[in-house]
Design a binder for this molecule. Structure first.
Ligand SMILES: C[S@@+](CC[C@H](N)C(=O)[O-])C[C@H]1O[C@@H](n2cnc3c(N)ncnc32)[C@H](O)[C@@H]1O
Length: 218
């Protein structure tokens, strides 16, 4: 399972990287005057086998939920992370969560593997289940991934367009998306607004970009 989400079976790395990622999120919230308890309940969308969710209790995130479309991950989390409520979602929205429910949803290395259509429909669904003035934390492949792109892909990226590879494998790590920051602000994030963009800020997930987004007040 660790290999399926992170491409390595190294258990120590898995634990350390999850801790670093949650600390990066806690620091990001703190810069905006937020304590983890302020954003409860929290949803880990695309939680995989709990790399980050498992640390949620240690940092005081309050009521914790996780969801993923892959039943293998969900059943492991449900059996092992007893402090969280973990459910399976369909590959396409909606989820079973009530509207305006979560104070924070986060999607770590999930929008990096979705088709454009799925990105749009999942942002809209996360906006539905997040309460007014609630938060979304996202990670993406940004500028630091330019060396891994082809010349044609780099041209697209420099024109401010997101680059999508292997759309037919959406939902798996084979499908890869690269997001310029301006594209996130103008296309991906709305109706959320970008509060902070941290290039390569997703510690424990080298070298993904980190975004803190907020829904406008109702
Ligand atoms: C690269 S893994 C990251 C897992 C976890 N967020 C982490 O940081 O360790 C991508 C995760 O997104 C999940 N995923 C992809 N498409 C999804 C969808 N449509 N709905 C829910 N989860 C999805 C995958 O099953 C996988 O667990």
């Amino acid at each position: 399972l660790r290999y399926a989400v992170a491409g390595t079976t190294d258990a120590e790395w898995f634990l350390e990287s999850g801790r670093s990622t949650i600390e990066a999120m806690v620091d990001l919230l703190a810069r905006h005057g937020l304590d983890p308890t302020d954003v409860s309940p929290v949803l880990d969308f695309g939680c995989g086998c709990g790399r980050v969710l498992r640390h949620g209790r240690e940092v005081g995130m309050g009521e914790l939920h996780g969801t993923d479309y892959d039943e293998r991950f969900v059943s492991w989390c449900a059996r092992n992370l007893l402090f969280a409520r973990v459910e399976t979602n369909e590959f396409v929205p909606p989820t079973r969560y009530a509207s305006d429910f979560f104070g924070l949803t986060y999607a770590l290395s999930v929008f990096t593997h979705l088709s454009f259509e799925l990105q749009r429909s999942w942002i809209d669904e996360l906006a539905r289940i997040t309460r007014s003035r609630g938060y979304l934390i996202l990670t993406t492949h940004g500028e630091s991934y330019l060396p891994r792109m082809t010349a044609a892909e780099r041209r697209e990226f420099h024109m401010g367009r997101a680059v999508l590879r292997w759309e037919q494998a959406a939902g798996t790590n084979l499908c890869a998306v690269f997001h310029p920051a301006e594209y996130v602000a103008t296309h991906l994030a709305p109706p959320f607004e970008v509060l902070e963009f941290v290039p390569e800020g997703a510690r424990g997930m080298p070298t993904q970009d980190l975004y803190l987004l907020q829904l406008p007040g109702g």
